[in-house]
Design a binder for this molecule. Structure first.
Ligand SMILES: Nc1ncnc2c1ncn2[C@@H]1O[C@H](COP(=O)(O)OP(=O)(O)OP(=O)(O)O)[C@@H](O)[C@H]1O
Length: 411
């Protein structure tokens, strides 16, 4: 039984035997109890919150489009009920004949179970005119690190880099302790609020893991941040793929440019070998039996060039990078181990997030319309006039997920 299923079961049980589901005309007064994906313990859902009926997207006023990824378009929007600004991510449904895409289900189910200051907070799931038009209303973060890095006048100082990395590592420690592997960590998936709080976002590829480790598709994680075991098609993967990506992010922040910007999988492997030397069975016992190595051999390069790449970095900083770039995933640093690193305890010390500089909101300045603009979220429901009619059955998130999971099960 998957963890996702457990929660859906819990929601069904919570209704009680005589309750057929939400009464569409009843006011939302009930407090719900949902079994946490993470702890397995019941967690209380506040009134009108996630177990309440999903609101319609027409209750949000679209302000501007702030991002578009593989799995969805993201808008800055104002919740007309609370007047709060949120990020509204429309789950991409293109080519989905069979219900909600798995990435959308994963993102919703993982984020619903997460509560940590360094993980983006999913406030609620909002529906469009049809049940299958779904938006995630998330806390709004003013920046993403990728566009910030592209637009900053001066690079982050080392103490700012440490402040960012500490927060990323705390978020990762929380996820990994709770058996979630993110699998797509990169600078564009790191958001930052105007208070300097860094949040890990985009859980479209996230998975729960457990023992025994089950095979997962190796073609995850954006190439530049992809761990060698994924590039070499290892059949199992662990939280260590996120730690490799964290190493790439640390290198990128310190070096002010992507650390390993490969164009192809083979090119990516070559960049890794150029930087770290060729792995061997001596340092990584499973190395020569990895599937990809049955058809080709890696070039020989005997040197670790991290010190040449970062000549100004302290011994503690180099130790941390080397620990994150252990070829053998079993030996690679965990988030907890990184947080203990003396690098974060030596000068220059990490700055206080509240003292991080504020930056112009580049994403909101973008005015260029896309070639084929997708429908704005507010247009989704303007013809439906749904919110005005109290007798309409507004789907509860449990119903929504339940009906969609019937069609598509999380892998
Ligand atoms: N909560 C948020 N607050 C502010 N901006 C956000 C938020 N969530 C996402 N964004 C912006 O939207 C962009 C795309 O979002 P996201 O990464 O979740 O989409 P995706 O389709 O899963 O992307 P990818 O192609 O990277 O997998 C982000 O890089 C960021 O700029």
């Amino acid at each position: 039984m998957t963890k996702g299923k457990r929660t859906l079961d819990a929601v069904e049980e919570d209704r009680g035997p005589n309750e057929a589901g939400p009464d569409p005309s009843a006011p939302i007064t009930r407090r719900g109890v949902l079994t946490s994906f993470l702890t397995g313990k019941p967690m209380e859902i506040p009134e009108q919150d996630l177990l309440g009926r999903c609101r319609f997207v027409s209750e949000f006023e679209k302000l501007n489009r702030i991002g578009e990824g593989t799995y969805g378009i993201v808008y800055r929007a104002r919740d007309t009920k609370t007047d709060k600004v949120v990020a509204l991510k429309k789950v991409r449904m293109e080519h989905e004949k069979d219900g909600l895409p798995v990435s959308g289900l994963r993102e919703i189910s993982v984020l619903l179970g997460c509560r940590h200051e360094n993980i983006v907070h999913l406030k609620e799931v909002v529906v469009g005119r049809s049940l299958e038009s779904i938006f995630l209303a998330m806390e709004y973060c003013e920046q993403d690190l990728a566009s910030l890095l592209d637009n900053m006048q001066a690079p982050f100082s080392e103490s700012q880099v440490k402040c960012i990395m500490l927060q990323v590592l705390r978020g990762l420690r929380y996820l990994h302790r709770n058996f979630v592997v993110h699998r797509d960590l990169k600078v564009s998936n790191l958001l930052m609020t105007d208070k300097g709080c860094v949040k890990i976002a985009d859980f479209g590829l996230a998975r729960w893991f457990g023992l025994p480790l089950r095979p997962m598709t190796p073609r995850v994680v954006t190439l530049w941040y992809r761990a060698p075991e994924l590039l070499l098609q290892a059949r199992t993967q662990t939280t260590s793929v996120d730690m490799w990506a964290a190493g790439c992010i640390l290198g990128e922040l310190l070096g002010h440019r992507p650390l390993l910007p490969g164009r192809t999988e083979l090119g990516q492997l070559e960049l890794i070998v150029d930087l770290l030397g060729t792995p061997s069975d001596a340092i990584w016992p499973e190395f020569s039996s990895l599937p990809a190595l049955q058809s080709f051999t890696l070039k020989q390069q005997p040197y670790n060039n991290l010190k040449q790449r970062f000549p100004w970095l302290s011994a503690a900083g180099l130790r941390l990078l080397n620990f994150l770039f252990m070829y053998d995933p079993k030996k690679r640093a965990t988030a907890e181990e990184c947080l203990q690193s003396s690098y974060f305890k030596e000068a220059p010390l990490p700055c206080d997030p509240k003292l991080m500089p504020t930056f112009p909101q580049h994403r909101n300045l973008k005015t260029k319309a896309p070639a084929n603009p997708p429908p704005a979220p507010t247009q989704e429901t303007t013809t439906g006039n749904n919110t005005a009619d109290p007798s309409l059955h507004l789907p509860a998130i449990s119903d929504l997920l339940g009906s969609l999971v019937k069609k598509r099960r999380i892998e």
